[in-house]
Design a protein around this ligand. Structure first.
Ligand code: GLU
Length: 281
């Protein structure tokens, strides 16, 4: 049975881009008689405002989307720590104290998330204690798993190339787990069979596929959907240019009608759908 999820982070109100993402996840599940879950990704330390979860629920209901279950990441901290320990025991994580500025200066390449960490602490003795992050030795991890592939329902089969990110942080010093580790573990724990999300997270799937192989997790299929863009061709952003769904709701707009328009590809003035269904990497 198909099971999808919508996984907003409660660090700001939802906007039309989120409505579109939620509709894609909801409709793909419903068309196949499957389940649609809501997952609140509320472990982003200081940025997280758990009280927004109520607003998100009201937004989804206003759009006419019903969900079959709800998960809070903050209830899952034990799982993240356990997986971190397991990867440490496998010798695949190493501690790092480099700052963003140091990394930006030492980096020789730009990856999907910015400057690629050049492996400074990989073979260094770093004192473990408060303020340390744990990075995945991606080269060593790939030696262990061998080549991996994954399927995007729009873009087709992909060779996993997690190395384009460099050695990513899996256990953050300022939060219980990185997005990559938490999302991968949650999708497995929730029995998600089709991971739907925006094409801006396409490359992240290379890392997620590697984590699945290392942690013996089931492998879902993915559907990376196009993004809603503003007049300048930029992705809608919470703090920049997008009126929130909560504001639209409060102004008396009809949420069902809005959802129907988004489904039909009729977007409000100035908003368009990216033609990019996937991007390399
Ligand atoms: N929490 C992420 C976001 O709000 C979504 C992650 C995902 O769907 O994998 O962008």
């Amino acid at each position: 049975m198909i099971r999808t999820r919508f996984a907003p982070s409660p660090n700001g109100s939802l906007h039309l881009g989120h409505a579109y993402a939620a509709i894609v996840a909801h409709d793909l599940a419903r068309e196949a008689g499957g389940d649609f879950l809501l997952r609140i990704e509320d472990i982003d330390g200081a940025r997280s405002r758990p009280e927004l979860a109520g607003e998100f629920r009201a937004d989804l209901a206003w759009l006419g989307l019903a969900w079959d279950g709800e998960v809070l990441q903050s209830a899952r901290l034990g799982r993240y720590a356990e997986a971190g320990e397991r990867l440490k025991e496998m010798g695949l994580l190493y501690p790092c104290r480099c700052t963003r500025a140091e990394i930006a200066q030492a980096a020789r390449e730009i990856g999907p998330d910015g400057p690629v960490y050049p492996g400074t602490c990989r073979n260094r003795a770093v004192e473990i204690g408060g303020g340390v992050s744990w990075r995945l030795d991606v080269g060593k991890a790939l030696e262990r798993t061998g080549p991996l592939s994954w399927e995007d329902r729009i873009a087709g089969m992909q060779q996993a190339r997690p190395q384009i990110f460099g050695d990513v942080v899996l256990l953050r010093k300022d939060a219980p787990a990185s997005y990559h580790l938490a999302a991968t573990l949650d999708d497995a724990a929730d029995g998600i069979t089709l991971v739907t999300r925006g094409a801006d997270l396409f490359a992240a799937t290379h890392i997620h596929r590697l984590l699945q192989a290392l942690l013996d997790l089931p492998v879902p299929a993915w559907h990376h959907h196009p993004l809603l863009l503003d007049e300048d061709g930029r992705k809608l952003a919470k703090r920049r240019n997008a009126p929130s769904l909560a504001d639209r709701r409060a102004s008396g707009e009809d949420g069902w009608a809005l959802a129907a328009s988004l489904r039909g590809g009729n977007f409000p003035a100035g908003i368009s759908l990216s033609g990019i269904l996937h991007r390399a990497p």
